[in-house]
Write a protein of this length. Structure first.
Length: 362
């Protein structure tokens, strides 16, 4: 249901302002001290997925009602630093896992194998120990989490998670070359994986792999939540013509393997688009945010599941406007926040933050 009188909306990022042509790919976390950190890609020259791109953030100390000045959390000269995947650790440290590439490395060229490894998609991590005010120098972890021969590579988009046992989990996706092809041929399917760390981000390794090539499920941008029983729930964008445009899976061993490969989740009506999941502990409720129009990126909604992602119901519809990528965060005991791309006439005019009372979702 929609009720604008019980939700508050602010706009931390607006296209064409603060030195950036466009802002895309939102991610949001709440720090140990209660500060909200809203991340996204600041695209300097255009709205394209390649080019001069920086990871920018704004901080809110009042639950998302107001936002501080824009900061650059990660930059790669005039090349690309993007796909922010922040994780808040039990120590209070905030990790920022992300990818870097040459500005000229387009997705199409990478998929065809025309970009060398040095200019292609590589994986880096930084951290902050002061609630996101300052950030460490970046450290490359590509060799630990990207297999030789993988072409396209992306983290999440959205936040990563730390499991109750301490393990850090960041979903990702990649492509592999077509069998028997060296260059010039594009992979037909995306594949899924996750990055894992058992020492709070000091070292990393690959968890599950889902490299299904039958065309039925095409694992793309994935988001994760730990359920109260310890299972990890994974929900992904599905670009193949199976029922619906979402697929999901569960891991019973903290992301090392999947209990079953990703399968279609037809209970979530959605266009082909990224989405976000968040597990609430009190109440026990798994949330999903994403556009709900089956064909267009529009109608941002929050869906809820009381059975670990098996079935879903619509819990809150934000509005009927264009909308695309999103990320969910628990603001406080009474409030959930959703940071999402939206606008009056197009989905990429702003990145907006909306506060939603938990009571509206139960």
């Amino acid at each position: 249901m929609t009720d604008a009188t019980v939700t508050d909306a602010t706009v931390p990022f607006r296209a064409g302002q603060e030195g950036y042509a466009s802002f895309r790919i939102p991610a949001v976390v709440r720090t140990a001290g209660g500060t909200l950190l809203a991340f996204c890609e600041g695209r300097v020259d255009s709205a394209a997925d390649h080019g001069h791109i920086e990871i920018v953030l704004k901080r809110s100390t009042d639950g998302g009602r107001g936002w501080g000045p824009l900061q650059v959390a990660a930059r790669n000269g005039e090349d690309l630093a993007g796909n922010p995947a922040p994780v808040v650790l039990d120590t209070g440290r905030i990790l920022l896992v992300h990818v870097r590439a040459a500005a000229t490395a387009t997705e199409a060229a990478i998929l065809r194998g025309e970009v060398d490894d040095a200019d292609g998609r590589r994986v880096w991590v930084q951290h902050s120990d002061d609630e996101g005010v300052t950030w460490s120098a970046p450290r490359e972890i590509t060799a630990q989490v990207k297999k030789p021969g993988w072409r396209w590579y992306a983290t999440t988009p959205g936040h990563g998670i730390q499991l109750a046992g301490g393990r850090v989990l960041v979903p990702g996706n990649h492509t592999v070359p077509p069998a028997g092809a060296d260059t010039g041929a594009e992979p037909r399917y995306n594949s899924g994986h996750c990055l894992l760390s058992d020492d709070r981000g000091e070292s990393w390794y690959l968890g599950y792999l889902d490299e299904n090539t039958d065309g039925y499920v095409n694992v793309n941008e994935t988001t994760a939540a730990e359920l109260p029983d310890g299972r990890v729930y994974l929900n992904t964008r599905n670009d193949s013509p199976s029922p619906g445009n979402r697929a999901d899976a569960h891991s019973h061993d903290g992301g090392r393997t999947l209990r079953k490969p990703f399968r279609p989740q037809a209970g979530l009506t959605a266009p082909v688009c990224q989405a976000s999941v968040l597990q609430l502990r009190d109440p026990d409720l798994l949330l999903y945010s994403g556009p709900a129009d089956p064909a267009q990126r529009a109608l941002m909604s929050i869906r809820a599941s009381a059975d670990g992602g098996t079935t879903w119901r619509t819990a809150f519809t934000v509005d009927g406007l264009p909308a695309a990528y999103s990320d969910l965060v628990r603001v406080d005991a009474d409030t959930v926040g959703v940071l999402y791309e939206t606008g009056d006439f197009g989905a990429y005019e702003t990145i907006t933050f909306r506060r939603v009372p938990v009571r509206r979702l139960t």
